[in-house]
Design a protein around this ligand. Sequence first.
Ligand SMILES: [Zn+2]
Length: 86
Amino acid sequence: MQGVADDMVCDSKIKQGREEMKKIKCPSCGSYEIAKILYGLPYFNDDLKKKLEAKEIVLGGCIVYEGNPEFYCNSCEISFKYSTLA
Ligand SMILES: [Zn+2]
């Protein structure tokens, strides 16, 4: 079930990438199996658990700084920034 998550993130701008996820592909291997890296202290509800299990989201910790990767490739296990694709 796809829905809007009640994510709690330290940096709200991270959320802006959510709608872009589906068209993001890995800059390394070209896979579309991309997880969003969620920063902050998430509220563990069922929706988040499902997304973690489905590898739609990986947890990146609470510290957000310039240059942090925003996405994670489930295929080749690298992290990357969406801006590097532009
Ligand atoms: Zn990859």
